[in-house]
Ligand binder design. Structure first.
Ligand code: FES
Length: 573
């Protein structure tokens, strides 16, 4: 790729800042030179912004300063001038109450920095869950040439010779600990070895899914998503991406030319084949919205029905992202899916998907299965509809217990998260393994910010009796590292007056994953009566960003973007 011959630009965007000999241009040049640069090193050169979500608070992105250095040497080598800049960063582990409250804020930060500074192209450095969609959303709205460089997953966790995955196995050990099966000493040992290198969670959680989505959309160099953070090839591809960013600046290839309907369908198909995080649905709808493209939930379900699940990675499989990379990574998955992808979709390389994956190979058929011998005949995630979720709900069918695929049970209702935490382990909670746990007020407005509360804890007394899964329903999200028979993103949410708001203890609920149905078995007249007497909860915020969030947040099936951030001519909402 570094061998490409590029055209001379008519005029770089940065020339609007530096290109004249008047007072303003001279002052701007002078202040760049104040950083110690000579004029010749930047004058007339493509300025490449390195948009860095590095932060010690975002632990998964804490190594991105090193990645940025690799990007910059690529920019220098290709004759550009790199300028690194920070934005707000969203760290899944340390940020309260949830990073989802701030995804749109980060997207606005990224968009406005790209727009306001003298950048001819931008390299987006991301990793932890929300940092990837936030950067893509912002870059799409700014629509200057952009390329994504993910920070990569951690190496496998390793416990007494067993490979373990962050999030997924943490939960398994936690369930066992609550059942009295894990000692203090073992718990301490797990803490020391489950996250043992730089990088983001190394299961197919939201971070691995969204960086894979960036690649499937055509926004990264081929193979960039899955290289472990600690692998030297991570820095090598960052360097190559820096070189490519200079070419992008000169070619003027914008994200809006790449993120098309076809690219989005490719991304959804890959998402289904890799058993991606349920969160990907919200983020892809939001990304599409920024491109002015309508992406109804039905599209996900249609593609899910015709896409085999072929990637044997936790939480829906057995291996970890390091294994995925050694098996050929996302290019091998896309090669496997070739017959059903839009192969002519343009990518950030300037080439098509077909050209990018032409040389891809699978090196481990235990990890990446052939499409004719899949792990599951359909995609990982499906969309449910019914009177309990008129605008849709989501379930990861590859993580559902087989005996709960079709289930009817009595609701055990928690009014909010505090209520659930206070009562779920109570000895007198009227619950058994056939019950359906229902959590209200976990959605965008109700929580607020739609936290990952959806995989509600199985009550301790059932855990001790050997129960490890039961049907759980909420308007919240779930960590991509989690698993179980968990219905998420019920829309409209309870705090917006969706039917979830009026479910009562003892109501019968029916889930049928195969039929894609979620029904509250209450007579229609009774449901109408309950809804008519429902009153919204008091808003969580009266001022500041929180108030803006509550006033403008869209529902889950609309991508949870702010209404005013969609393009004026958007057909999506
Ligand atoms: Fe950052 Fe899991 S905590 S990706």
């Amino acid at each position: 790729m570094s061998e490409r011959v590029v055209e001379s630009p008519a005029r770089l965007r940065s020339a609007n800042w530096f290109g004249e000999n008047d007072l303003r241009s001279m002052s701007r040049r002078a202040y760049v030179r104040a950083e110690g640069f000579t004029r010749s090193i930047f004058d007339g050169k493509p300025v490449v912004g390195v948009c860095n979500s590095w932060s010690e608070l975002t632990t998964c992105n804490a190594h991105l300063r090193q990645v940025a250095e690799a990007v910059k040497r690529g920019v220098w080598a290709a004759g550009g001038f790199p300028m690194e800049f920070p934005t707000i960063s969203l760290g899944e582990q340390l940020m309260m109450p949830t990073t989802m409250l701030y995804r749109n804020l980060m997207a606005m930060d990224v968009e406005e920095c790209i727009r306001a500074y003298p950048l001819d192209s931008v390299v987006l450095l991301c990793g932890c869950d929300k940092t990837t969609p936030a950067q893509i959303m912002g870059a799409l709205s700014a629509d200057e040439p952009a390329i994504v460089v993910p920070g990569g997953p951690m190496l496998r966790g390793m416990l007494r010779g067993e490979a373990i995955g962050s999030g997924t196995d943490t939960r398994r050990f936690w369930h066992n600990r609550r059942a009295g099966l894990v000692s203090d000493e073992e718990w301490c040992e797990i803490e020391s070895c489950i996250a043992r290198s730089a990088g983001h969670c190394m299961v197919m959680g939201t971070a691995s899914t969204m960086t894979s989505m960036a690649e499937a959309l055509g926004l990264t160099l081929p193979g960039a998503a899955n290289i472990p953070a600690a692998d030297s090839r991570r820095l090598a591809i960052a360097e190559e991406s820096g070189k490519r960013a200079v070419e992008l600046a000169l070619e003027g290839l914008r994200p809006s030319k790449i993120v098309t309907n076809e690219a989005l369908e490719n991304a959804i198909r890959v998402d289904m084949a890799i058993g991606g995080s349920t969160n990907a649905i919200i983020h892809l709808v939001a990304i599409a919205g920024r491109a002015g493209i309508s992406l109804p939930l039905e599209t996900f379900d249609r593609i899910s029905r015709s896409t085999p699940f072929i990637t044997n990675i936790k939480p829906s499989g057995a291996y970890l992202m390091e294994d995925m990379y050694y098996a050929g990574g996302l290019p091998a998955v896309m090669k496997e899916l070739s017959a059903s992808l839009h192969l002519e979709a343009l990518t950030v390389t300037g080439k098509t998907v077909s050209e990018n994956v032409a040389g891809a190979r699978c090196f481990n058929r235990e990890v990446i299965k052939p499409v004719d011998k899949p792990l599951f005949p359909e995609g990982g995630t499906v969309i449910l509809k019914g009177n309990l979720a008129p605008c849709g709900a989501v379930i990861k069918q590859t993580a559902v217990s087989p005996h709960l695929q079709e289930h009817k049970g009595k609701a055990v209702v928690f009014e909010n998260y505090s209520d659930m935490m206070a009562r779920v382990d109570a000895a007198d909670l009227a619950v058994d393994e056939t019950s359906v746990l229902v959590l209200k007020n976990g959605g965008p407005k109700g929580a607020p910010g739609m936290p990952e509360w959806g995989d509600m804890p199985v009550p301790a007394k059932l855990l001790k009796a050997g129960v490890r899964d039961m049907v759980r329903i909420s308007d919240a999200r779930m960590s991509g590292t989690a698993y179980g028979t968990v219905v998420l993103h019920v829309s409209p949410e309870s705090a917006a007056g969706g039917p979830l708001a009026v479910v009562q203890d003892g109501d019968s609920i029916e889930l049928d994953v195969h039929e894609r149905r979620l029904e509250l078995l209450v007579p229609e007249a009774e449901l109408k009566r309950r809804l008519a007497s429902w009153r919204p909860p008091a808003p969580h915020f009266q001022r500041g960003y929180g108030k803006m969030f509550l006033d403008h947040i869209l529902q889950a099936h609309e991508g949870c973007d702010f209404d005013f951030l969609l393009p004026a001519n958007s057909s999506s909402h």
